[in-house]
Ligand binder design. Structure first.
Ligand SMILES: [Zn+2]
Length: 335
């Protein structure tokens, strides 16, 4: 890119930032009060979420609107929100779909083809076909919901479960989006490379707003079930803004110590340094990051991180957009 073009693109991106555009993605599983609480949202709360989206004037778009823009490097031009459902549960067909249809909101479902069968819990192929015929996006969540990081699969087996699921979805439903949701939200750098190599987009399960500079093989989503279903706390999340990130290091999810250090470099910032706070899984009070320069901070867990999925969530209130927060998170998987 020559200098003039760089300046033009830079100014365009800066103008977009000033307008406070962002994309967010909600991650659901069941919409029911009879399924496991940690992966469910009640019908009542789900309805409140949809009302909240309307109230905030967000534009509900198919996930492909967001992923296509990011792939093309085009700015996120509105306050977009996408609604996603993992695992292909029956309550999506029975309960969520009618409510979403009423509002004309698009959504997407991520399935494990080996688990699609007539059952009380999961949708069968006939129901999925019906959704598909009505324009619902059905995409990939592996064949059998394997944990790609902790189940001891080889890279070849990981590639196979992703490609096989994609092929079956294509044959059964004629859909082939190459959009992949990591089971349990777990991935590492090598798995991201498999996705890149085969032209897939990856959706994660840790929270934050996204824009055209977001990592396309691990796009952030806000879980909206279980303890995260409370409409009051969800409001700040779906109205959140993406940090103007230059880099987030390390890229991998494997911590190199029990106090792993995250280093974030920003291109610009629209918040007061002193107001940036990070929340670390396993610790109830926020931690202040350490500023290395005006646009670079680091954060390491004060206490040893717990086992399993650990998140560093960092937020800061916007100066220009009153009432809105910048929001990002970093995932570690502590084996
Ligand atoms: Zn899942």
């Amino acid at each position: 890119m020559n200098l003039v073009k760089k300046i033009v693109v830079g100014l365009a991106l800066y103008a977009v930032c000033l307008k406070g555009f962002a994309a967010t993605v909600l991650a659901y599983h069941h919409v029911s009060s009879e399924t496991p609480p940690s992966t469910s949202v009640s019908v009542e709360n789900f309805k409140k979420h949809l009302e909240l989206i309307e109230e905030l004037g967000l534009q509900v778009v198919p996930i492909t609107t967001i992923t296509d823009a990011i792939k093309a490097g085009k700015p996120v031009e509105h306050n977009w929100i996408a609604i996603t459902f993992d695992d292909g549960y029956s309550s999506v067909y029975d309960t969520a779909w009618p409510l979403l249809k009423e509002k004309n909101y698009p959504f997407s479902v991520y399935i494990n083809p080996a688990m699609v069968k007539p059952s009380k819990l999961y949708m069968d192929w006939q129901q999925l076909e019906e959704l598909s015929d009505q324009g619902v996006i059905i995409a990939n969540h592996t064949m059998k919901h394997e944990n790609l990081v902790q189940d001891g699969l080889t890279l070849e087996q990981i590639t196979d479960t992703i490609l096989e699921a994609e092929e079956i979805i294509k044959q059964r439903l004629n859909q082939n989006h190459k959009i992949f949701v990591y089971p349990f939200g777990e991935y590492n750098e090598q798995i991201e490379q498999i996705l890149s190599k085969h032209g897939f987009v990856g959706l994660a399960q840790h929270s934050g707003a996204i824009n055209e500079t977001s990592n396309i093989t691990a796009l952030l989503r806000f879980p909206a079930n279980g303890i995260y279903a409370n409409p009051k706390t969800l409001k700040n999340k779906i109205n959140s803004l993406p940090f103007d990130l230059a880099s987030v290091l390390p890229v991998d999810t494997k911590p190199d110590s029990l106090h792993p250090q995250l280093t974030v470099k920003l291109n610009s910032k629209d918040f007061y340094q002193s107001q940036l706070a990070c929340f670390i899984s396993g610790s109830s009070k926020p931690q202040k990051p350490e500023w290395r320069s005006k646009l670079e901070f680091t954060i390491s867990a004060e206490h040893e991180i717990p086992k399993g999925r650990v998140k560093y969530n960092c937020t800061a209130p916007s100066i220009k957009h009153s009432g809105r927060f910048y929001w990002m998170s970093k995932l570690w998987i502590n084996p």
